[in-house]
Write a protein that binds this ligand. Structure first.
Ligand SMILES: [Fe+2]
Ligand SMILES: [Fe+2]
Length: 268
């Protein structure tokens, strides 16, 4: 994993969020749109505002792995970027005359789930939220006429797309050590958790979605397409890695496929 690339990326990009100028205009959205939007964005704001304590603790456990050198530093900067998103969303909620949240049930479930298994699962749950965020901020930037919401949504959409690449790089490093059968099992549970999350979010945010003329089922369909796009890119890389390893094995005298299998280590 090229952690240095991500360190440079986060260092430059997060600064832009701190310096982002928002349009100096009052909110003139219709009342039902404003209130639904304010509540919905406040939920995303709460989700972005974590300190990353558990994620950082997990990353310490794999800091010594050669292929993940620098990952710990990249994760620190990634968490800082998420906190800059929380700050931008907080300004957006204030602009919409909304109220920031301290607790919300979907956010509590999300935080509980992240700590259930291990680092890979923590990243997967985070990634699930980022795939949903990609759809959400993409729709806000297209469908909401408020210039402040549009500015923030466009920036967060770009950033979350970067985060998806960052998580894909990490998962690739971990999943390539698994057998194809275990990779398929992983894919199945990831797909199932993502689908359930998309259903819950589309239901919980239905007032906001409907105020922007988006039905919950349209939101879910878009979320499924984003998941498919992410997963097919990840699988393409895994297939390329597998065929390269096969090619190297075939051209190495005295090397057999079974000897490679014994070198594989399970994801911890
Ligand atoms: Fe974010
Ligand atoms: Fe993110």
């Amino acid at each position: 994993m090229n952690a240095q690339h991500w360190i440079s990326h986060f260092e430059a990009n997060t600064r832009l969020n701190h310096e982002l100028q928002l349009p100096d205009s009052a909110c003139d959205l219709p009342e039902h749109v404003r209130s639904a939007l304010a509540r919905s964005i406040a939920i995303f704001q709460l989700g972005e505002s974590g300190g990353g304590t558990r994620l950082r603790r997990y990353t310490r456990s794999i800091a010594s792995l050669e292929n993940l050198k620098g990952y710990q530093r990249a994760v620190d900067l990634f968490v800082a970027e998420e906190q800059s998103h929380a700050a931008l969303l907080s300004r957006t909620v204030t602009h919409l005359h909304g109220t920031l949240l301290q607790k919300q049930w979907t956010n509590s479930i999300f935080r509980w789930m992240r700590d259930l298994v291990n680092l890979e699962f923590n990243i997967q749950v985070l990634l699930t939220a980022e795939l949903i965020a990609e759809v959400y901020f993409g729709l806000l930037s297209l469908r909401c006429s408020d210039p402040v919401v549009q500015t923030v949504a466009k920036k967060l959409l770009r950033d979350e797309m970067g985060h998806l690449s960052f998580q894909r790089d990490f998962l690739f490093e971990r999943l390539k050590t698994l057998t194809p059968a275990v990779q398929r099992l992983w894919r199945w549970q990831f797909q199932a958790i993502h689908l359930v999350t998309a259903c819950v979010v589309s239901w919980d945010h239905r007032a906001c979605l409907l105020s922007l003329n988006i039905t919950p089922s349209d939101f879910r369909a878009r979320a499924v397409r984003c998941w498919q796009s992410f997963q097919s890119r990840l699988e393409r890389r895994l297939r390329e890695e597998e065929s390269q390893a096969r090619h190297e094995a075939d051209s190495t005298p005295g090397y057999s496929r079974s000897s490679r299998a014994t070198m594989q280590s399970p994801v911890s």
